[in-house]
Design a protein around this ligand. Structure first.
Ligand code: HSE
Length: 341
């Protein structure tokens, strides 16, 4: 499977590491082999090599902050645009792992359309195109017999979308409610142990949980984007961010947290998607609420179904390997369902 990788930050590097370190296991267990033939980034530059880029050299160059240090070799092209890479038509899958833009979803949304036009499947970690452009992308993918997968966009590699769309096929999902942002859950957990908001946010950034601009996390927009993704995928709703009732954790003080603790409660940023709309709101939960015990960057979601009652999934919601694992699971699903071209 030949991959074009857009973005080479925490998530792209996580996927690259996994593809390198698990290459033998993936071949043995799944008869799966993937090559990254192109990488395009806003800051590090871009590289294209039809036979596949050496991942160790790629990671080393990224560590230095620029692909200028990637060794020259026959056939290597530097500085190509994403559109030029897609137009060559050599890749099987476009992996979109560049920073999320929840205002326009661009430029990722255009890249996704171009890739579908060129016959490529999509695997997205970027939430923008799934939150804002789901219906158009899915219609185009279906018309062309291609797959659009986006496990990484909600709860990293914790198999939320696989569970809802594949394992629970045949069940009606009536609502989804949970903790869908790792950064804010980490900050709230650390603040309860006495750390300042500022220090906890810095740690969340250093650990690779936060978005490139962490305002999206702490003001509730990242979780709201996930609510839109769930609403699109589970309920076929075509909601916009403006239709949601969204607030974050920026107005929760250390005193508020101490107050809740003294009352046997805990603040959690709770997101909810249902057919009639969605919310993101910091909520005081009693300690015996199952979501109250989900700490650190861990996420949780409860799907309310007709045939199975409530199903709760708890697991990683952010992180380098955790999000890379989500993309890997999508690539394997694409391999199983469609086979690489
Ligand atoms: N910034 C996001 C979070 C990353 O903290 O949950 C995963 O979408």
């Amino acid at each position: 499977m030949k991959l074009l990788l857009i973005g080479f930050g925490v998530v792209g590097q996580g996927l690259a590491e996994i593809l390198r370190d698990k290459a033998a296991e993936l071949k043995r267990e799944h008869n799966f082999a993937a090559e990254i033939i192109g990488v395009a980034t806003a800051r590090k530059g871009s590289l294209y090599l039809p036979n596949g880029l050496d991942i160790t050299a790629l990671l080393r160059a990224a560590e230095g902050g620029s692909f200028a240090d990637f060794p020259d070799q026959p056939g290597l092209r530097r500085g190509m645009t994403v559109a030029e890479m897609i137009a060559l038509g050599e890749a099987d899958v476009l992996v979109e792992a560049s920073p999320t833009n929840l205002e326009t979803a661009q430029p990722a949304l255009d890249y996704c359309h171009q890739a579908l036009e060129a016959g490529m499947h999509l695997a997205l970690a970027n939430k923008g195109p799934v939150a804002l452009g789901y219906a158009g992308l899915q219609a185009k993918a279906r018309a062309k017999g291609l797959l659009m997968r986006y496990e990484a966009t909600v709860m990293a590699g914790t198999p939320t979308m696989h569970l809802a769309e594949d394992a629970l096929a045949g069940c009606e999902i009536r609502s989804a409610r949970g903790i869908l942002n790792g950064t804010t859950n980490y900050i709230l957990t650390q603040m309860e142990s006495g750390m300042s908001y500022h220090d906890a946010l810095m740690q969340a950034q250093a650990l690779g949980y936060a978005e490139t601009d962490p305002a999206g996390d702490v003001e509730g927009w990242d979780a709201a984007g996930k609510v839109l993704i769930l609403a699109n995928a589970l309920f076929g709703s075509e909601l916009a961010l403006a239709d949601l009732d969204v607030s974050g954790i920026t107005n929760i003080s250390a005193a508020d947290i101490a107050d809740a603790k003294a009352a046997g409660q805990r603040y959690k940023l709770i997101a909810r998607a249902a057919p009639d709309g969605g919310q993101v709101r910091a909520t005081r939960l009693p300690l015996d609420d199952p979501l109250a015990s989900v700490g650190g960057s861990t996420n949780a979601i409860t799907l309310e179904t007709d045939l199975m009652g409530d199903i709760t999934l708890i697991g990683a919601g952010a992180g380098k390997l955790e999000t890379g694992a989500a993309i890997l699971s999508d690539l394997l699903a694409i391999e199983r369902q469609a086979g690489a071209k």
